[in-house]
Design a binder for this molecule. Structure first.
Ligand code: C6P
Length: 414
């Protein structure tokens, strides 16, 4: 590997925190190059959940006994950690959800149903994951609002030249975009879009599912109104995610899920809603998962998200350089300085599923498919791509193994 690609972050040392790497797959060391779909788990996070279950587990915000108070304190401490991680002005603006998808649906339903109608426009981007595309497309149809898409250019970056034309077509009420594209790794100009969205009088909804694990995220600096992310992509457990929302918007919104815990008073005649964040947390919460989320945030804070970002940028540059040596490969997306640790490619006409299966026999895990980004795949003119994605535990040797594996694929199927 070239000297410029040597990471500052000690990925090799950090790997020791991840028990998953103790095993072999098909007799080979695991090269896990699919962290964008979900990240592996450090022992520190696993231990925190285990200890919580063994020593502090009870339901939260429901009991007056010691154990319940202890569980509630740990749950709320986790909320504070997650809120601080994205620089939320208050933990009360941080709602625990099942994942980013539920957080985005919450906004689409709870804000969209009461605020959208004919003459309004909902604007998404061609880079959106289905989770920030389909709920808005559906809500636009349901309320009679228009639905528009900001397109990408040949490098897979948003073409903001269309914004004036979109604004001329109606009252823009929602701008929904991701901060980092899961399919191409593009880092998107959210601040610019937020400024434009607010000039139109719109709310700005940011999908940070791929950004929060890899890139410092500051909701106040971004200037957005809502931000969604998932714990499982950032070394935390599955089953929990977060929605940050501006307090005045959350307070004005109707609830999304109804039932226990989210109420103030329930009478036969009428029910009134609880305070934030409880209004949006109906039912028993993902309690231990939230505690695990907090532990994952502490783990990432200790390493430093800036260091993770730099590490991944070096890996992406190295991967683009090495993959570029393979004859017939088509690489998608922007140059390494404008992308996160995600590299999408196609190997001539070889189907991505075949590529991924042969790589698996070498112990290498990558994703093959449309990555829940079918509108983008349509623009690229393909049904699917291969995608390698990196995280704090990825080492350059795994990229070398990927390149060797792709040569093998070409020998077998090329
Ligand atoms: N992307 C990928 O392989 P959930 O499932 O709610 O935790 O995350 C949904 C989601 C939302 N936005 C973006 C940008 C995402 O990348 C994802 C999840 C995975 O790329 C699974 S399709």
């Amino acid at each position: 590997m070239v000297a410029t690609a040597r990471p500052a972050l000690e990925a090799q040392r950090l790997r020791a925190d991840f028990p998953i790497f103790d095993q072999k797959i098909h007799g080979k060391p695991l090269a896990y190059l699919d962290s964008a779909v979900t990240a592996q788990k450090p022992r520190q996070m696993l231990d925190a959940m285990h200890t919580f279950y063994e020593t502090s587990y009870a339901n939260v915000h429901r009991g007056v006994y010691t154990l319940s108070e202890r569980a509630t304190a740990e749950f709320e401490r986790a909320r504070g950690l997650v809120a601080a991680f994205v620089n939320a002005p208050s933990p009360r603006e941080l709602i625990f959800t099942r994942q980013a998808t539920e957080a985005l649906n919450l906004v689409a339903y709870a804000w969209g149903l009461n605020n959208l109608g004919p003459g309004d426009l909902v604007v998404v981007t061609e880079l959106e994951h289905h989770s920030n595309f389909v709920p808005w497309q559906y809500m636009a149809k349901r309320t009679g609002a228009g639905f528009r898409m900001i397109n990408v250019n040949a490098d897979g970056e948003l073409d903001l030249g269309d914004l004036d034309a979109i604004a001329a077509e109606g009252q823009v009420k929602v701008v929904a975009n991701n901060l980092v594209s899961n399919a191409l790794g593009t880092i998107n100009p959210v601040e610019k879009l937020a400024e434009w969205g607010h000039e139109q009088g719109a709310i700005v909804v940011v999908d940070a599912a791929q950004a929060a694990p890899h890139h410092p995220v500051d909701v106040q600096a971004l200037g957005c109104d809502f931000l969604a992310f998932s714990a499982h992509k950032m070394c935390g457990p599955s089953g929990v995610g977060a929605l940050w929302g501006r307090r005045e918007l959350l307070e004005a919104m109707e609830p999304f899920n109804l039932g226990g815990h989210m109420i103030s008073k329930v009478r036969y005649e009428e029910t009134t809603w609880g305070e934030l964040p409880h209004k949006f947390e109906a039912g028993t919460s993902p309690i231990a998962e939230a505690v695990g989320f907090g532990a994952a945030i502490e783990y990432l804070n200790e390493i430093g998200v800036e260091a993770i970002e730099q590490h991944e940028q070096k890996l992406a540059a190295y991967a683009l350089e090495r993959l570029g040596e393979i004859p017939g490969i088509k690489l998608y997306g922007p140059p390494p300085d404008r992308r996160a640790g995600i590299v999408s490619f196609n190997l001539g006409e070889i189907h991505p599923h075949d590529v991924a299966q042969i790589l698996d026999s070498e112990g290498i895990a990558i994703r093959a498919g449309h990555h829940c980004c079918q509108p983008l795949m349509t623009r690229l003119g393909v049904a699917a791509t291969n995608r390698a994605s990196f995280y704090l535990y990825t080492i350059p040797e795994e990229i070398d193994r990927l390149v060797d594996g792709l040569h093998k694929v070409q020998k077998i199927l090329g």
